[in-house]
Every structure is written in C-alpha cells, then in structure tokens.
Write a new protein. Structure first.
Length: 393
C-alpha cells in the first residue's frame, strides 16, 4: 500500500532518473560462477569479488552443509552472551596463524570490522590519518571516533609526512590505508608508509579487503606481499570477497582482540556468524594453502584482461591487481556501457558518483580464477563492440 510522507525522497529519485543515475538491483538467478544467469540469460560475470571461485567450491559447500547438520542454521546470540561457538574461536586461531599475527577477531562483515576498530581504540587525545580514497567503511568508522582526523592525498607520501609532522602533540597517531584500493585496483605503497610511521612513531592499520586471498603468500595479504609481517599493527580483512563467504576480521595483538570484545560496538551488539559461514570460511583458509594454483590463475587472468582492454584503447587507470576499471568519465555513460555490455552477454557494473569522484565514472571489471581465456576473449570482443558504438574507443 502506498503511503504519503516520502515525496521529498521521490523528488530526488526522479532527478537521478533524469540524469541516468538511478539504478535497480540486478538479481542473479544462478550460483555465483564465471557465468551467471540474469533475466533468464546466461552472461559472463565480471563484477563479483569472488576472486578465487570459492563461493561454490565443492569443499566449501560440503563444510557448510556438514556444519548445518551438526550445529543448525543460526547461533541465537551475540558473541559476548551465548553466541560464541567453539568453531568461532578455533577459526580465529587458525586465521591468526595464517596471518602471522598474535590474535584475530571475526566480525559480521568487513564494514563492521572497520567500524569496530576505528570507533573504539582512539580517544580525543589521538589522531587518525587516512588516505583520501579509503573505503566508505573506514570513512564511517572515522566519523564514529572522537579522535582528531587528517586526510592525506591519495598514496602521496609527502602529504602523509606533512600530516604526521603536524601530529606530534597527540597521544597516538593511527595511519589508515586500504591495502588495495577498491575502485582503481592500485596497491598502497605500504613499505613507504611503514617507514614514515616508524619515523614518526605512528600506528598503522591496513584494510586488506581486496588483498585477502589475492596478494601475498597463499593470499595472506598486502603486509605479507611486502614482507612487512610484524611491522603493521592492525590488519582488517574481509571473508566476503576472495574467501567467498561473509564476514570481516581484525588481525592484530591479543590486547586489541580483547579490547574489541569489550568495546567494539558492532561486535558487542550484533549476532554472531551462523555455523555454515564459519565452517566455510575455515575451509577456505585450508583451500588457500592446498590450492595455490587458484591465485596463480587469478593473476594470469587479470593480466590477460587488463592487457586486452589496454590494447583496445580503454583507459584502465593505475590498476595493478585483478580489479580493472574501464574509466569513461560521465556517470550516465558508464551505466550506458554497462547496460550495453549486459545485452552482449557481459555483466560488468557501472560505478558513478558518490562511489567514485564526479567525472571518474567507470565500468569496473574483476576477473576470477574460474574464468577461461575463451570467456575473457568473449568479454574483450563485447567491450570492443560496445566501446566503439558509444565512441569510448
Ligand atoms: N573495505 C574495503 C576496501 C572494501 O572494498 C569492502 C567491500 N566493499 C569492505 C571494506 C567491506 O567489506 P564487507 O563487504 O565484508 O563488509
């Protein structure tokens, strides 16, 4: 039944429609594979974060099913009351071991992991220093802290150093960066950030959402990729992308884990992961160890698609990872390219303001280990045809 009261929202939505910026959700009618079914049509999936194809890896499905049989569908409580199962703690120990950190704590999502850590460990006597292109969950986490805030120019070490120099009077300085930036696919210059933080006695936090399972030995992330184990104080990761399931984690010291258990509001006040989620995440870590060829295939596919797009004349920016944006500038045009690609059998989402800056709209592609070269070649043909039709190349 239609209710009155939200006409002001309807007006804004109407404006978005006029500018070609109104989006509807795209329901997938199949499992999350290299190909998916959308509107009854099988199309190539180039938008998912399922980097290694683990969402429906047979071992993952089996682990999830077995745990449902044994422990049921849900946990019935937040972790701090009655919702910690032994499997949660066993998984956290396994994850800490994998990440070479003293401890980890798993939260409902990467988003809430960032909120929990950033909102809790700093006070008004501290300062947080953040890359201007950090993920929205970092920005929102920072909004929740009482600490002072400084933003440095994207991956600009002079700008970071200037912010650190101005921050000497605070009790603690926390520098925060994405490990891999989600819209451009570039890797943070972590060795330089670590050096600066050591020089100015600052703590470092890396959000490794797009590097977990992708970069570093067996997908241990950006810190491992740069051989910086033991020099980065906090790693936040997600279990929702390459790991293929759902969740976020904070990998750090035992003190940080204990502190978040007491003070991290998303941890304290939101119900724990169902057994199937934890069992599948745990299996994923074993798969990362047992099947390193998945990561090799991912990087091989990433190079193939990136080289192909660049050879066709598309602007792919500064990407160094399996995230390859095709930058078109105008938001409506990005959505037009995305729609056209879909009608040619390729699902690659358009991304516009406010997710990226105005004038930097793009179609973002993400390959996975499960794509074949033939499929990627098909995608390149579709990009060529649609790009030419829209005058982008
Ligand atoms: N950080 C970054 C850099 C991300 O890209 C994302 C996912 N969009 C998140 C955090 C949030 O992770 P999750 O989807 O697990 O909440």
């Amino acid at each position: 039944m239609k209710m009155k009261g939200f006409e002001y929202l309807e007006e804004e939505l109407q404006e978005m429609k006029e500018y070609g910026l109104f989006r509807t959700l795209v329901p997938i009618e199949s499992d999350q594979g290299a190909k998916v079914v959308i509107n009854g049509q099988e199309v190539l999936q180039l938008s998912s974060n399922n980097y290694l194809g683990l969402t429906n890896h047979p071992r993952m499905k089996e682990a999830a099913l077995k745990s449902v049989e044994k422990y049921g569908a849900g946990t019935g409580s937040v972790r701090t009351i009655a919702g910690t199962f032994s499997m949660h703690e066993e998984f956290e120990k396994k994850l800490a071991n994998f990440k070479h950190t003293e401890a980890t704590l798993v939260l409902q999502s990467g988003f809430t992991a960032n909120q929990a850590i950033l909102s809790s460990i700093l006070t008004k006597d501290d300062v947080v220093i953040s890359d201007e292109l950090n993920h929205a969950s970092i920005i929102d986490g920072i909004r929740l802290t009482k600490a002072a805030r400084k933003i440095y120019k994207h991956v600009d070490m002079d700008s970071l150093e200037a912010a650190l120099k101005e921050s000497g009077d605070y009790r603690k300085r926390l520098v925060v960066t994405d490990g891999v930036f989600s819209m451009d696919g570039n890797i943070a210059p972590l060795p330089a950030i670590v050096e600066l933080c050591e020089k100015y006695d600052a703590l470092i936090m890396v959000d490794d959402a797009h590097a977990s399972g992708v970069l570093g030995r067996n997908g241990r992330g950006t810190v491992d990729h740069f051989d910086l184990n033991g020099r980065v104080h906090i790693q936040v990761g997600t279990l929702s992308k390459a790991i293929g399931v759902l969740g976020g984690y904070i990998a750090s010291t035992q003190a940080v884990r204990d502190y978040i258990i007491h003070k991290g509001r998303p941890f304290l006040f939101s119900t724990s992961h169902p057994p199937a989620v934890t069992a599948a995440c745990s299996e994923a870590i074993d798969i990362l160890i047992d099947e390193p060829e998945l990561i090799e295939r991912l990087w091989d596919n990433a190079k193939f698609l990136k080289d192909g797009l660049r050879a066709l004349g598309f602007e792919t920016g500064i990407s160094e990872t399996p995230i390859t944006p095709v930058i078109v500038g105008d938001g409506a045009k990005a959505h037009e390219l995305s729609d056209k690609l879909l009608s040619h059998g390729v699902f690659a989402q358009g991304i516009a303001f406010p997710t990226v800056a105005k004038g930097a709209a793009r179609v973002r592609t993400i390959v996975t280990a499960t794509h074949t070269k033939e499929q990627l070649q098909e995608a390149l043909h579709a990009f060529e045809k649609c790009g030419k039709e829209l005058g982008i190349i």
